[in-house]
Design a protein around this ligand. Structure first.
Ligand code: HEC
Length: 106
């Protein structure tokens, strides 16, 4: 029954490994942040200074006490500044928020 083993391994490869979801979400969130926030906010975790125009970096936003998943959701749903209306889907928002909160210093 060689073919059925091959079929099974194909199927399980397609489903992905359990537990790989979190890392993938953060990587996706980081890419989304670079793409949608990086024009105005410095996204890099290692950036110690903000920009000359005074906009906070994403790590600085993450470090603020009042920043929560809910407050970030509000920001993402209501465009601010000259931020374009991103119309990110819920899954994209969650990945992006998870990424921003992962920048929070411990
Ligand atoms: C086109 C430029 C632009 C883009 C793109 C942008 N922002 Fe902003 N952001 C601003 C400006 C300008 C402010 C200053 C407050 C305001 O004008 O409302 C700000 C403020 C913020 C604040 C509040 C910071 C504070 O300390 O009060 C958060 C949080 C924030 N942005 C998150 C994001 C996230 C997350 C993204 C990406 C999805 C993003 N921004 C993309 C321009 C931008």
């Amino acid at each position: 029954m060689r073919w059925s083993i091959a079929l099974l391994s194909l199927l399980s490869a397609g489903l992905g490994l359990p537990g790989s979801g979190n890392a993938a979400d953060l990587a996706r969130g980081g890419a989304l942040a670079e793409r949608w926030c990086g024009n105005c906010h410095i996204v890099d975790r290692t950036a110690s200074a903000g920009r000359a125009d005074g906009l906070p970096t994403l790590p600085a936003i993450a470090a603020k006490r009042e920043t929560t998943a809910a407050s970030l959701k509000g920001i993402l749903s209501a465009p601010h500044g000259r931020m374009p209306d991103l119309s990110l889907g819920a899954a994209d928002q969650d990945d992006l928020i998870a990424y921003i909160l992962s920048l929070r210093p411990n």
